[in-house]
Design a binder for this molecule. Sequence first.
Ligand SMILES: Cc1cc2nc3c(=O)[nH]c(=O)nc-3n(C[C@H](O)[C@H](O)[C@H](O)COP(=O)(O)OP(=O)(O)OC[C@H]3O[C@@H](n4cnc5c(N)ncnc54)[C@H](O)[C@@H]3O)c2cc1C
Length: 632
Amino acid sequence: MQFHLNGFRAGDPEVLDAAAGPGRSDGLPGEVDVLIVGCGPAGLTLAAQMAAFPDITTRIVEQKEGPLRLGQADGIACRTVEMFAAFGFVERALKEAYWVNETSFWKPDAGRRENIVRSGRIQDTEDGLSEFPHLILNQARVHDFYLDVMRRSATRLEPDYGRRVAGLTIDHKAGHPVSVRLERVDPGHEGEIETVRAKYVVGCDGARSAVRRALGRTLEGDSANKAWGVMDVLAVTDFPDIRIKAAIHSANGGSVLIIPREGGYLVRIYVELEALGENERVASRNIDVAQIVTAARRALHPYTLEVKEIAWWSVYEIGQRLCEKFDDVPAEEVPDRVPCVFIAGDACHTHSPKAGQGMNVSMQDAFNLGWKLAAVLRGRCAPKILHSYSEERHAVAAELIDFDRKIAKLFSAGAGAASEGEVDPAEFQRYFVKQARFTAGTETHYRPSAITGGTAHQHLAEGLVVGRRFHSAPVIRLADAKPMQLGHAVTADGRWRVFAFGGDEDPAGESSAIRRLCGFLGQAAESPVRKYTPPGADVDSVIDVRAVFQQGHRALALEAMPGFLLPAKGRYGLRDYEKMFCADPAQDVFAMRGIDRVRGCLVVVRPDQYVAHVLPLDAHEELAAFFAGFFV
Ligand SMILES: Cc1cc2nc3c(=O)[nH]c(=O)nc-3n(C[C@H](O)[C@H](O)[C@H](O)COP(=O)(O)OP(=O)(O)OC[C@H]3O[C@@H](n4cnc5c(N)ncnc54)[C@H](O)[C@@H]3O)c2cc1C
């Protein structure tokens, strides 16, 4: 990480200086730029992103009296861990979490069907899919990490707890068009009403979203007709795979999913319960934790399970449901107006916990939206980019729901070899393997739009696919020979990145493509870097250009490189030495990501780490035209 740019500063570099200005007040201000509703994974991801911008007034409200302490989701997909790196807390997550390296499958023993036997054991995530593993960690800890990011940011953003959204109205003519009625539910203030006017409101308020209701939108799809019991337990057992993620299909105890948890002892057990009748809610069954324990024991037979402590339990209903659109603008009005209210996370899509997607997709929704809101509010991007949030994320949610329906069906189907209505455990295992990339969150693929370019030049970087997340690879930093991950240059700070991968020539040469590119970006009137960087701001504050060379780091002379790649920044004009990288011969980024060694290429990366464009190194005009499509 970089610090001391504007003068030496002692202390924890992760705690930024508090921004000047009104800062936090005890109550909510009457007007804000962004009001976020709900402190779940979606709301906190968005709040952590918005907290990076002290020039934007953001508030986040939550009906509960304080942060979540335990329970709910726990699966963290590889793609989400990559996002944690962007927010700066990946090391803490990796240290605390359980790592899902393998998954085992169990089925009824053919000879004695009341017993279960292991039918397979596979690697959970394919090699090279991500630089990070699949993790399991309590949702509450994920919330804590985001709250820490917010607290350490220049805005010192803290949630306003004990506020419930009671209503919302939109007046398109007003400067702050959304008026939100909040009812206080915290002790001593019950029933007090506050009104906040906001430029943008984001409902991250879960499956029963009041914001969604206020927009007149509904979740459509299957109502919950399958209930699963879930418990986090400390238990003594002779089941051998208790520290491996295990999917168990038993003949007489239904299906069970074992998820080992952080800390080495805790384990989560999901148990399939009876099917619900049409329109029946699980609450009517009065299921208690003793029934969940009994069902788990039955499924694990002949192994024993002695539960010593139950840290948390719940009965979780499955319903795959999706909202038609994730903002306030009806489809027919898209050309004429821009959205000012959005919904994210469970407020717009719900699914079963089986594939462990709920928390992940919710956080990715918010990551997709946050930089767009910031770019529009800071006057950098045209407001029309806000339409892309619903377009992009609705497509992802629809795909997820199809996937979830299939996996939930396979899970819930009875176990057998091939008898009617039963699922062959081998088929389940095959489907699980096939869909592993999807579960890892790396299959998301945004379609071409103003902010995602075409694929005419994709052959120049076959492994950095336009519309997919920037797949990181190891590199060595030229200035200090530090081995690092290239993708980790893309932090959650709202900046765009342009990675210039050099061709087979000497980048320091007088007429090299890299030098010509640097000349264009640094000096030409049409350069997007020059056009969109505000006067007085650091040259990389809007578009951050980095170069990656195929030569070894000892073969290149730093001092011979174009000055644009050693920019002077901050109040002292200190040189930024972190713009240039070289291939690591042991794990060559050019080979790993299919980059054309002769011609090199440009890879444009969005602030949410998705590849926006691949262009030839000398496509200066095309690069400028791409940014001109949405920057102002
Ligand atoms: C009880 C429960 C158990 C779950 N168990 C599992 C599980 O076992 N496995 C799994 O994978 N997933 C589970 N999930 C789902 C998973 O937690 C969600 O997919 C994920 O949390 C979605 O994140 P979110 O931010 O969209 O919404 P949520 O996490 O639901 O957060 C919404 C927040 O908004 C607040 N809120 C709601 N209405 C208002 C209002 N009107 N005003 C102000 N604040 C409001 C809520 O209090 C809440 O804090 C569970 C969810 C719940 C609610």
